[in-house]
Design a protein around this ligand. Structure first.
Ligand code: GTP
Ligand code: NA
Ligand code: MG
Length: 303
């Protein structure tokens, strides 16, 4: 099947960065939840995943009047811990994702786990967008709740604006990376985009969401397309059918919801031996009690 823009799966987006940069708070802000305040010591200690449906993204970005259609069914966001002891979870997160958000606290600039995360993303050639977070802490910041940053910035003084692109761009350069404020970036892909955000006031969240979805749609159609062709059928017994909890954190009530039966869903996790090598989006064939396994395998291989 040729890449089909009308039949895309949700991109998987990992949120990474130094401890307390505001990763969980950003997700809370996107979803209207309060996970961060319920965490022990305010520290994330596990990977959490959340599905943000496209309707939510559309609503959140309407002020930006983006002409382009949102074609993905949603964005599957994976929150990771920033504490130095959880490098294994950050590695896992960066392995899973199609695209990432690297959160940087504007008051602190690049910190050790920012750089560690950056290197994990570089190693896998994963595209990411920098959320330059906590801009509301800048001296004399004028708040426009939930506004796109391109609107909010019009309220700010020249002095405040200049703090967006001085230190951090220089620090990324030191790591061998070109970055630029997203609304000035003419060369996305080679130059990484920075979106100033505040997880407290919601400013910049619309810009961040739209940029993520648009970039994924523009550059990952092949990767995000469901494919009909199967290389080699995998024969297995299903142990569990799982789905993300929409708009909630897995970790509050267990990682996944279990189902006895599923008709159609955006992202299903099938727990079964041997599925590590299965390609996301490939077809499933059920072998009934009176069916011949070899016959079903032939069918799975396609015409
Ligand atoms: P770990 O998961 O432990 O690595 O931290 P994190 O990156 O998820 O940061 P978290 O969301 O726990 O936020 C850390 C602290 O910063 C909390 O007290 C938040 O309320 C605060 N915070 C996060 N984002 C913002 C922001 O945009 N503005 C302000 N003023 N505070 C913020
Ligand atoms: Na924290
Ligand atoms: Mg966190």
């Amino acid at each position: 099947q040729a890449p089909n823009e009308e039949n895309l799966r949700s991109p998987v987006c990992c949120i990474m960065g130094h401890v307390d940069a505001g990763k969980t708070k950003l997700l809370d802000c996107i979803q209207g939840t309060n996970v961060q305040e319920s965490e022990a010591g305010g520290i994330t200690q596990q990977i959490g995943a959340t599905l943000i449906p496209t309707d939510n993204i559309r609503d959140r970005t309407k002020e930006l009047k983006a002409g382009a259609k949102l074609k993905v069914p949603g964005l599957l966001v994976i929150d990771t811990p920033g504490h130095e002891s959880f490098v294994n979870l950050r590695t896992r997160g960066s392995d899973l994702c199609d695209i990432a958000i690297l959160v940087v606290d504007i008051m602190h600039g690049l910190e050790p786990q920012t750089i560690e995360s950056l290197n994990l993303l570089k190693m896998r050639n994963t595209q990411f967008i920098v959320a330059l977070n906590k801009v509301d802490k800048l001296y004399s910041w004028k708040v426009s709740p939930n506004a796109p940053m391109v609107n909010s910035i019009k309220q700010q003084s020249e002095d405040v604006k200049s703090q967006f692109d001085t230190r951090v761009i220089f620090q990324f350069k030191e790591q061998g990376l070109n970055t630029e404020l997203y609304y000035k970036n003419k060369n996305m892909g080679e130059t990484f985009s920075i979106v100033p955000t505040s997880a407290t006031t919601g400013e910049g969240i619309p810009d961040l969401l739209l940029l993520l979805v648009q970039w994924a749609q523009k550059t990952m159609v092949e990767k995000l397309t469901y494919h009909d062709e199967v290389q080699g059928p995998i024969v297995t017994n299903i142990k569990a059918l799982l789905t993300p909890r929409p708009m909630k954190k897995y970790r509050l009530k267990g990682k996944y919801m279990q189902h006895k039966e599923i008709k159609a869903a955006m992202s299903i996790k099938i727990s079964a031996p041997g599925l590590e090598h299965a390609v996301t989006g490939t077809s499933l064939y059920v072998v009934g009690p009176n069916e011949d396994l070899e016959h079903v395998k032939e069918k799975a291989k396609g015409p």
